[in-house]
Write a protein that binds this ligand. Sequence first.
Ligand SMILES: [Zn+2]
Length: 60
Amino acid sequence: MAADEIKCPKWKGKMEKGKILSPKSSKWVKGKPLTTLSVLKGEIIWTYRCSSCGYLESYA
Ligand SMILES: [Zn+2]
């Protein structure tokens, strides 16, 4: 799958790349991880949010 071409399954809308700060939080933040350390430790799971309906989908 091309990570840059993810479409919303509902509306085929554009999915914005971002992340959820922690597994216990539903807070979504657009853009890059806060720390590279988290990436190195494998703690970041990219989450894509639909700009149209707010649908969230996560990818390791
Ligand atoms: Zn959508």
